[in-house]
Structures are given as structure tokens and as C-alpha cells.
Design a binder for this molecule. Structure first.
Ligand code: MLC
Ligand code: AMP
Length: 506
């Protein structure tokens, strides 16, 4: 990838080089070529312009995964818009927050959710896009191939990442961030037009969109494009693919399949894991079964990918996330003083480089508080550098649960539980889960004299919270453990409920 190219321009170079090559290979046998995708991009761009999108306007998307959804992303970049993808699991209440905060010009939603949104309100244009490309977004045959000239510092996307305050913050990623991270990953993982990726991740997060899809679009590779993870479908595809990118749950599930074997992986050259810690035991079991050492890397929404285990020229060490990608600096500092720490000591992981985002959407103070004066971003992860210079993520200094690769901020759930008339207070924690890595447990204290049932609270949160955030267990207690300062001791609760899901199925 040329250093002075945006993702959009690099994609169109791929189109010119190999217009007829399949970009998407779909489970029903259909393929969509680079040229077909480019045509769809131009049609959607015309529709966005018709909807009044001008450079800097947000274009929000909450749609099922389809090739057209990727075309919508590219069309947004073409017209200089800022792409805002949203989890399809978000409820109406969650969506209202994002729309109020980001004030998009256009929202593209699934046809069956059209009536949830009030077009006309604050000038929002609502379009629809279904799984098979149906909906209003592609109604017209008009095309636009006018490309807005953007700078590398201009915003390309906003991805919401929940905050410790319980309210999500929009991480603003620039064209330069996306291009630099994509170029670094292409180089580090030797990803080329020869690759055939199994793409089973959602496209509303950085992993599925800015790692997996961007690399494919820019390299001119092909992807087996699946609407969601399915163990059997993936095992069937392995002989026809070269790369799989997934969250640890993908590998936990694959290992449960008796059909996973080394001969079916003979065409594969790379298995990548990230977004949450991969169990060292899964890494070892996968290597023993398939002959492939999973390559673990570390990233986050605000920074894209930061570190990676080596593709070649070194070992992929289980339990580590490797070394910084080209052009990226990592350091470990003392949480209180911000002073750099010696190798081997545990501290906060900080990162600096062209991958690091521009700031939180309309939150200058929050942005300033997460950066050091020398430009390092404070990740909130706890890590140490080992003797070989590999980074190990050993914990988090932020109150966060990662379930199946999705981030869940306890504060958001606690605020909702506390608003229940029978609840005095609550604490939400993550406990080990055999499939999702961690899962959410709520510990709740009722108001005096009130009887609380688990089901009642489950139903209460289900109205407002996406399914993946809903507590898998609720425990009603008389009081929460507190330290002398009165702070709830979540570590004690995590120990108390650590075995709740041991041996459980999803
Ligand atoms: C689904 N469910 C989950 C869940 N995913 N619950 C908790 N955590 C999750 N991650 C719910 C479903 O709603 C359903 O609820 C039940 O669990 C079982 O669903 P399933 O069919 O088994 O789940 P599935 O659709 O297969 O999804 C599991 C998954 C998926 C792990 C494949 O969650 C996934 O694709 N995760 C990837 C997330 C991701 O892309 N993260 C990257 C973020 S970027 P019920 O009760 O109704 O049956 C990032 C930066 C970086 O973090 O470094 O990459
Ligand atoms: P998100 O905010 O959704 O982008 O999630 C980013 C967080 O996921 C990071 O701050 C880490 O806590 C975690 N994470 C990502 N990759 C890894 C990994 N390989 N190992 C451990 N944690 C990870």
C-alpha cells in the first residue's frame, strides 16, 4: 500500500488492477467482483449526496452484514462523510443515545426497523438496507463517481466505545489512522492479493471492518463472507481459504469440533486472534490439533492494532500479544506517576503512533485526560514486557468486561439496575465463562423490605440493553462488600462468583 493513499483510493486501485476478481464469496455460491462492488459504491454515493451528505457529515449504519454494507462504508468515504457503524443488537434506547450524540445526516437501518426511526426529526434521512441488498438505499440507478479530496487528518469514522462513566464515547478515526494501520498490518502479516480470508466477524467493530475488510480491499484479496460465525461452515471453508481472523471464542468453538484437523488446514497460512485474551491452553491445543500457532495481536477501538506476534522471524508466544507494529511505540508506565517502568514490571500500557485516534467526538476534556503531554495514549490495560520484548496483557485498569470479543461497561448496566424501583444498589462484574471468556453477573441489593427475583431484573434490563450485555446471572445479596473508603470491592465479588459458569455451555 502506497504511504500516501487512503483506504478508498487503495480500494479503487484494486478495482482497476483486477475488476473481475471476486471480492466477496457468499455461502450461497454467489460472488461479487471488485467491479460490481465499485458500481454499488457509486450508486450509494449518489444516494448519500441526494440525502444531503456533505464532507464531515456522519452516516450511521445499523444493518445486517452484506456486501452492500461494505459498499456503504466506501461510499461514505467517497463523499467525505464520517462512517458510523452500530451493533445490530442495540435496542431503541441505545440507538437513541448514539443518534442524539453523533447527529448523523443519514441513518441506514434494516428494513424491519424502519418504523423505529423518526425521519424529519433533526433533519435525519432514514434509508434501509437488508441482508440481500434490498431496501431504499439502492432504489435508484443514479451514480456518482466524484471523489471528495480528503486529508489524512480528516475524520473517516466514529466508532463508539463505552466509557467508565457508563456513557459511550465516539472515537474519531482519521483517514490517516486507517491507512497507516492497514499498511502496517499488510506488511506484518504478509497479506496479499493471493489471500482468501474467512470473514465471519461483525462489520460494526474495528476487528471486522478496519482489520479484516480494509486489508482485503486494499490488498485486492478475496473473502469468504459469512453473516456470522458458524463452526461447521468454517471447518468446511478451511480447505479453500488462507487466513482466518477471529476473537478467542472462534477458536474455543473450533476446538470443540471433532472435524477440525490438520489436513483440512493445509491451504491455511494464518490464524489470527484478538479483541480479548486467548487462553494459552487454547493456543496450545490448536497447535497440537492443526499444526498452526495462532497469531495473537492486541488492539483497541481508539488505536486500531498496536502489537502483534511475529508472522515469521520469531516464535508466537502463547499468553503474549507480541511486539509493536511498524511505526508504533509501546511503553509501560506507573499508573500514578506516569514514569516508565522496567521490563518485567506491571504497569499501564501506553501507545503512540499514526494509528492513534484524533480524540473522542465532542469530548475535548475527556480526550485530553486520556493522553500524556508527549502524545502517548493511556490504554487502561495493564501489561508487562517480557525478556524477549513481547508485551503481555495481564489485566485491566478499567472496569470492563469482554464477552466473546464485545466490550461491556458495568457502569451502564449498574445505572439501569439502580433505576429499578426495588433496587438499592448493584455491582456488575465479569466472571470466567468457558465460551465467551468472560460473562456478565449482576450482584444486587434490594431496598429494605423488598423481595427481588432474578427473572424480574432480567426482564427489566432486557427492554433497554442489547442481549450480549444482559447479565447471565443475577445474585441478590444483603450488602455489597466495601473497603474502608466505602468503595465496592469488585475483586472480592469476582472471586466469590468465579465458579458460577465453570463447565457451563453458552
Ligand atoms: C452473542 N451472544 C452473546 C455474545 N454474542 N452473549 C454474550 N457475549 C457475546 N459476545 C448472545 C446471543 O444474543 C444469544 O443470546 C446467545 O448469546 C448465543 O448466541 P450465539 O448464536 O451462540 O452467538 P453468536 O451469534 O454465535 O455470537 C458469538 C460470537 C459473536 C462470539 C461469534 O459474539 C462475535 O462475533 N463476536 C465478535 C465481536 C467482535 O467483533 N469484537 C471485536 C471488537 S473490536 P440468546 O440468549 O438470545 O440465545 C476490539 C478491538 C480489537 O475489541 O482488538 O479487535
Ligand atoms: P475495544 O474497546 O472494544 O476496542 O476493546 C479493546 C480492548 O480489548 C483492549 O483495551 C484490551 O483490553 C482488549 N484486547 C484486545 N486485544 C486483546 C488481546 N489480544 N489480549 C487481551 N486483551 C485484548
Amino acid at each position: 500500500m502506497a504511504p500516501d493513499m487512503t483506504i478508498y483510493r487503495s480500494f479503487f486501485e484494486s478495482v482497476e488492477r483486477q475488476p473481475n476478481k471476486p471480492l466477496f464469496e457468499l455461502p450461497d455460491g454467489r460472488t461479487v467482483s471488485y467491479r460490481d462492488t465499485a458500481d454499488t459504491v457509486h450508486r450509494i454515493a449518489a444516494r448519500l449526496l441526494e440525502g444531503g451528505v456533505t464532507p464531515g457529515d456522519r452516516v450511521a449504519m445499523q444493518v445486517p452484514k452484506s456486501p452492500e454494507a461494505i459498499a456503504l462504508y466506501l461510499a461514505t468515504l467517497q463523499v467525505g462523510g464520517v462512517f458510523l457503524p452500530l451493533n445490530t443488537a442495540y435496542t431503541g434506547a441505545e440507538m437513541r443515545y448514539f443518534l442524539d450524540d453523533a447527529q448523523p445526516r443519514v441513518l441506514v437501518c434494516a428494513p424491519d426497523r424502519r418504523d423505529d426511526y423518526d425521519a424529519g426529526q433533526r433533519g435525519l434521512v432514514v434509508e434501509t438496507l437488508g441482508e440481500s441488498g434490498d431496501g431504499t438505499l439502492l432504489h435508484s440507478q443514479d451514480r456518482s463517481d466524484a471523489v471528495v479530496d480528503v486529508g489524512f487528518d480528516d475524520p473517516a469514522a466514529i466508532l463508539y466505545t463505552s466509557g467508565t462513566t457508563g456513557r459511550s464515547k465516539g472515537a474519531v478515526l482519521t483517514h490517516g489512522n486507517l491507512a497507516a494501520n492497514c499498511a502496517a498490518l499488510l506488511q506484518a502479516w504478509q497479506y496479499t492479493s493471493e489471500d482468501r480470508l474467512i470473514h465471519a466477524l461483525p462489520i460494526f467493530h474495528i476487528h471486522g471492518l478496519f482489520v479484516a475488510a480494509n486489508m482485503t480491499l486494499v490488498a485486492g484479496a478475496s473473502m469468504h463472507y459469512l453473516s456470522k460465525f458458524d463452526t461447521d461452515v468454517i471447518v468446511d471453508l478451511l480447505p479453500h481459504a488462507t487466513v482466518l481472523m477471529g476473537v478467542p471464542t472462534f477458536y474455543t468453538r473450533l476446538l470443540r469440533s471433532e472435524r477440525l484437523a490438520s489436513d483440512s488446514c493445509s491451504a491455511m497460512r494464518l490464524f489470527v486472534s484478538g479483541s480479548a485474551p486467548l487462553l494459552a491452553s487454547d493456543h496450545e491445543a490448536f497447535a497440537a490439533r492443526t499444526g498452526h500457532a495462532i497469531l495473537e495481536r492486541y488492539g483497541m477501538t481508539e488505536t486500531g492494532m498496536n502489537t502483534t506476534n511475529p508472522y515469521d522471524g520469531g516464535i508466537r508466544k502463547p499468553g503474549t500479544v507480541g511486539k509493536p507494529l511498524p511505526g508504533i511505540e509501546i511503553r509501560i508506565v506507573d499508573r500514578e506517576t506516569g514514569e516508565p517502568m522496567a521490563d518485567g514490571e506491571v504497569g499501564i500500557v501506553e501507545v503512540r503512533g499514526p494509528n492513534v485516534f484524533a480524540g473522542y467526538w465532542q469530548m475535548p476534556e475527556k480526550t485530553a485526560s486520556e493522553f500524556r503531554s508527549d502524545g502517548f495514549f493511556i490504554t487502561g490495560d495493564l501489561g508487562q514486557i517480557d525478556d524477549d520484548g513481547y508485551l503481555c496483557i495481564v489485566g485491566r485498569d478499567k472496569d470492563l468486561v469482554i464477552s466473546g470479543g464485545y466490550n461491556i461497561y458495568p457502569k451502564e448496566i449498574e445505572e439501569l439496575l439502580d433505576s429499578h424501583p426495588k433496587v438499592l444498589e448493584s455491582a456488575v462484574i465479569g466472571v470466567p465463562h468457558p465460551e465467551f471468556g468472560e460473562t456478565v453477573v449482576a450482584v444486587v441489593v434490594p431496598n429494605s423490605g423488598e423481595q427481588l427475583r432474578e427473572r424480574e431484573l432480567q426482564d427489566f434490563v432486557a427492554r433497554d440493553l442489547a442481549r450480549f450485555k444482559q447479565p447471565r446471572a443475577v445474585r441478590v445479596v444483603e450488602a455489597l462488600p466495601r473497603n474502608v473508603m466505602g468503595k465496592v470491592q469488585k475483586a472480592e465479588l469476582r472471586t466469590r462468583y468465579a465458579d458460577l459458569f465453570v463447565g457451563a455451555d453458552a
